[in-house]
Design a protein around this ligand. Structure first.
Ligand SMILES: *[C@@H]1O[C@H](CO)[C@@H](O)[C@H](O)[C@H]1NC(C)=O
Ligand SMILES: *[C@@H]1O[C@H](CO)[C@@H](O)[C@H](O)[C@H]1NC(C)=O
Ligand SMILES: *[C@@H]1O[C@H](CO)[C@@H](O)[C@H](O)[C@H]1NC(C)=O
Length: 179
């Protein structure tokens, strides 16, 4: 009796184990099939250009649609800008882009376009210092010659302008003397 009961339990256990295993395996296989069915592809650049274009426009439309949906469903402020390699642009903004960027500036403290201008400004300051002969210890011979040329050209133009003034003043005083 005990033997019977024991073997019954053993059988039951083996049964359950194999059932579990099979179920595990089928779910695994189903998941795999579903993934393939959904057209999951390896994430790397698509070499075939016509396939790439098709995927680009499909996914772009998908992203823009999703952006619109999340903004409506959840009242989120969303802005999506997508550039194709051709340079063509597609965008979606739930609120005017300027407002979104304002919000971005406030939260991050980063100013997108000012940063660029600041850099330009910095470069100009450095250039000016070089023209005044400051911070030039790292310059090589060629760079020094370029600087010298720029200064000489500038000096020539400034002196020409000065001479023009002198000539005009001389003319004026001559005219006054003649009167
Ligand atoms: C079931 O499958 C998962 C992976 O999907 C695996 O990690 C786990 O070990 C499996 N369990 C059994 C009992 O085979
Ligand atoms: C799941 O099934 C596949 C094929 O049906 C088999 O090759 C694989 O060994 C099985 N895996 C498990 C954990 O049973
Ligand atoms: C690109 O893919 C399409 C569709 O799969 C195929 O018809 C075409 O011949 C492919 N072009 C190249 C250059 O492989």
């Amino acid at each position: 009796m005990l033997m019977l009961l024991l073997s019954f339990f053993l059988l039951l256990e083996r049964c359950m184990n194999s059932h579990l295993l099979r179920r595990n395996n089928t779910t695994y296989q189903e998941e795999k099939r579903k993934e393939m069915g959904r057209g999951k592809i390896e994430i790397k650049r698509i070499e075939n250009s016509s396939n790439r274009h098709v995927t680009y426009s499909k996914r772009r439309n998908g992203i823009l649609k999703k952006a619109k949906e999340i903004s409506v469903l959840c009242d989120a402020h969303v802005s999506v800008i997508i550039f194709a390699t051709s340079g063509k642009m597609h965008e979606f903004s739930s609120t005017p882009l300027v407002d979104i960027l304002d919000q971005y500036h406030k939260l991050t403290g980063r100013r997108l376009w000012d940063a660029k201008h600041e850099k330009d400004n910095d470069n100009k300051q450095i250039e000016l210092r070089h023209l005044k002969g400051e911070d030039i210890s790292s310059f090589n011979c060629r760079e020094l010659m370029i600087l010298e040329d720029a200064l000489e050209n500038g000096l020539t133009r400034i002196r020409d302008k000065q001479n023009e003034f002198f000539r005009m003043m001389r003319k004026k005083t001559q005219n006054m003397e003649q009167e």
